[in-house]
Design a protein around this ligand. Structure first.
Ligand code: ADP
Length: 610
């Protein structure tokens, strides 16, 4: 990093720390200043006490100095205790803010970025670096340490300055001490540069290992995975894998610690030699009668403190510069733009629900992949239509839905809503016209009503109505607190566990509650039992009402009620038409899928499986 870049990152970070919680930062500085300054009160007055006793001055002056020492220290300590408690209280706000920043960023990010493994790795890395002492918290520490160190340096230098004017100390000795301080500092700068670089290299090389270890731990601790771990006897395998990761980590960390020690040892040796030299010079000066007994104690303490603190301050500055590398990465995550938010057109609110959608030559590749998941898709559907999408696994059906509701933008081609490219619409508004149930939907562990309404405030009657439409009515009646029952036990031990099929019904009810003009359903009955599945299909017209519906299903018989069926194969649309039209083409993919499925069901005389 160049000096300019260092400055830019530092300025941004400092501005950010002040904006997060100005009070905390100011208290931190005040606390560090007072804690460091207070130590010099006894140093200064003790020398006075000794000198006044040796000079046989009236005992009252020694008592006055002693009283001043105790009084000032007491007052400063009292003030500092208060500042410290205020600072600790403010710290929890800083900490919460930092934690929230990640969640907030995740919510603001485009879905594609969330799924992008490189971004996930970056997020993991900066989080870990923050937890292990880098980034913003490290900056707070630097501010605190540096304030304390500058205070000590100023106080020590002020109390030491007169040493260089003492005539009985030879100029050569003074120069020797000044040179010793300079050399020790130079060595410290050099050594801490090297040790910081070693730490950085070590951390960078640990990222992959940490990510794997963390995933192993998450998997083991996840109660959902507990069944598989036990039944497939994976305990030893997982345990050994983690142990070998740990072992490799500790071996590398030991090597790193030794390398760093080799760099810090010469500084320690020099520092010790310097202290020895200071003692020698002061003892010599005292023997010459050039300084008072009290001053010897003061000079020894202050020169030692000066050297010690100068070394620490160099270390702090070096560490702050080093932390800029981490901060640069930290900010790079928060700077990831959300290109979904570029559009500004409002989506026309139409009472007649007159919306039409067109895919025009749309092709799509997932980020960081070579193969196309969708290739040259062109399709148009109008409001109120029921569009079914069928095809084998991996043929691109879910990807089609993801593009339609703008979780991703097409790699080529465009998608139009009422003739306008959907990228031109305000993103949040555009999303508001879709109710979606994905195959891998997730329900939060909240009250059932909150889950269905996706919010704290919910209209109980409407929640019930939607749950009934989704065939959850009987189960709702059996729930202890009705729509106020907590789902799952994650936050409330008295919560109710639900089956996969029941969860799917709730997800469907949530889509209905949103009451958007488009309903997109990806395998909405995959987890349902045959009776529930039959009920959903037969009630589908009532459930969907006048809404435009896009419906993915493997159960081809369920697509018969749709106005149009699009058959996907290897990322392309290979057929479109009604059920009858498609079935009539005996060489087509639809006929092949239909015939394959028909073998597994009782075939009625109509030839329709179900
Ligand atoms: P379907 O819904 O028809 O089963 P998908 O649309 O889920 O198929 O997947 C289409 C293709 O895109 C598959 O080859 C799948 O492996 C790939 N794919 C799906 N999701 C991702 C992703 N997040 N990253 C990379 N490739 C993906």
């Amino acid at each position: 990093m160049t000096f300019r870049e260092h400055l830019q990152v530092f300025r941004r970070a400092a501005k950010y720390t002040f904006s997060v919680n100005r009070k905390y930062t100011l208290l931190l500085i005040a606390n560090a200043f007072l804690s460091s300054a207070v130590g010099y009160v006894p140093i200064y007055f003790s020398a006075r006490v000794i000198d006044s006793l040796i000079a046989k001055a009236p005992v009252s002056s020694a008592i006055l100095y002693a009283a001043l020492t105790v009084g000032i220290v007491f007052a400063v300590d009292l003030l500092n205790t208060y500042i410290s408690s205020e600072k600790d209280a403010a710290y929890s706000a800083v900490w919460r803010n930092e934690d929230w920043a990640y969640s907030e960023k995740a919510m603001q990010m485009a879905y594609g970025s969330i799924e992008d493994p490189q971004i996930a790795r970056l997020r993991y890395r900066i989080r870990l670096e923050s937890q292990t002492g880098q980034n913003l918290f490290f900056l707070y520490q630097h501010i605190e340490r540096f304030t304390g160190q500058v205070t000590k340096i100023a106080a020590s230098a002020a109390l030491t300055a007169s040493f260089f004017t003492i005539s009985s100390v030879p100029v050569g000795s003074k120069l020797l001490i000044a040179a010793g301080i300079g050399i020790t500092l130079t060595m410290q700068i050099w050594a801490s540069k090297r040790t910081n670089a070693l730490t950085r290299d070590f951390n960078a090389a640990s990222v992959d290992m940490n990510v794997i270890g963390e995933h192993f731990n998450d998997y083991i601790e996840d109660y959902g995975a507990g069944k598989d771990i036990r039944l497939y006897d994976m305990g030893d395998f997982l345990g050994d894998s983690i142990l070998s990761l740990d072992r490799a980590y500790w071996e590398r960390s030991l090597k790193n610690a030794r390398q760093k020690a080799a760099w810090t040892l010469p500084v320690t040796v020099l520092n010790t030699a310097l202290k020895f030299g200071v003692y020698a010079v002061l003892i010599y000066a005292a023997l010459q009668g050039g300084i008072t007994t009290g001053s010897i104690a003061r000079y020894v303490t202050c020169i030692m403190l000066l050297v010690e603190t100068l070394l620490q301050a160099v270390g702090t500055v070096q560490a702050a510069l080093d932390n800029n590398h981490y901060l640069e990465r930290y900010f790079s995550y928060f700077d990831i733009p959300n290109k979904m938010y570029q559009g500004s057109l409002t989506v026309e609110k139409r009472d007649d629900n007159e919306y039409d959608i067109e895919f025009r030559n749309v092709s799509f590749r997932y980020p960081n992949t070579e193969a196309y998941a969708l290739k040259n898709i062109s399709l148009k559907f109008r409001v109120g239509e029921r569009l079914a999408i069928v095809g084998m696994n991996g043929s691109g059906k879910t990807t089609f839905i993801k593009l339609l509701c703008r979780l991703y933008d097409p790699t080529e081609g465009e998608i139009l809503l009422n003739g306008v490219n959907i990228q031109k619409y305000d993103y949040d508004e555009y999303l508001s016209v879709f109710s979606v149930v994905f195959q891998d939907f997730s329900l939060f562990s909240l009250k059932l009503g909150e889950v269905v309404a996706s919010g704290r405030d919910f209209a109980e009657d409407r929640v019930r109505e939607c749950l009934q439409k989704a065939n959850f009515g009987d189960r709702l009646d059996a729930m202890p607190d009705g729509v106020h029952t907590y789902l799952y036990k994650r936050y409330d031990p008295s919560g109710t566990e639900i089956s996969g099929g029941e969860a799917q019904k709730i997800a469907l009810a949530r889509a209905l509650y949103k009451d958007a003009p488009f309903i997109l359903l990806d395998e909405p009955t995959a987890a349902l039992d045959p009776v529930s599945e039959y009920e959903v299909y037969s009630d589908f017209n009532a459930i969907a009402g006048d809404k435009t519906t896009v419906y993915i299903s493997h159960r081809l018989a369920s697509c018969r009620f749709c106005d149009k069926i699009a058959v996907f194969h290897e990322g392309r649309i290979v057929q479109t038409g009604t059920h009858e039209e498609l079935l009539a083409d005996e060489t087509g993919k639809y006929h092949e899928l239909w015939t394959a499925q028909a073998q597994y069901y009782a075939v009625k005389r109509t030839g329709n499986p179900l």
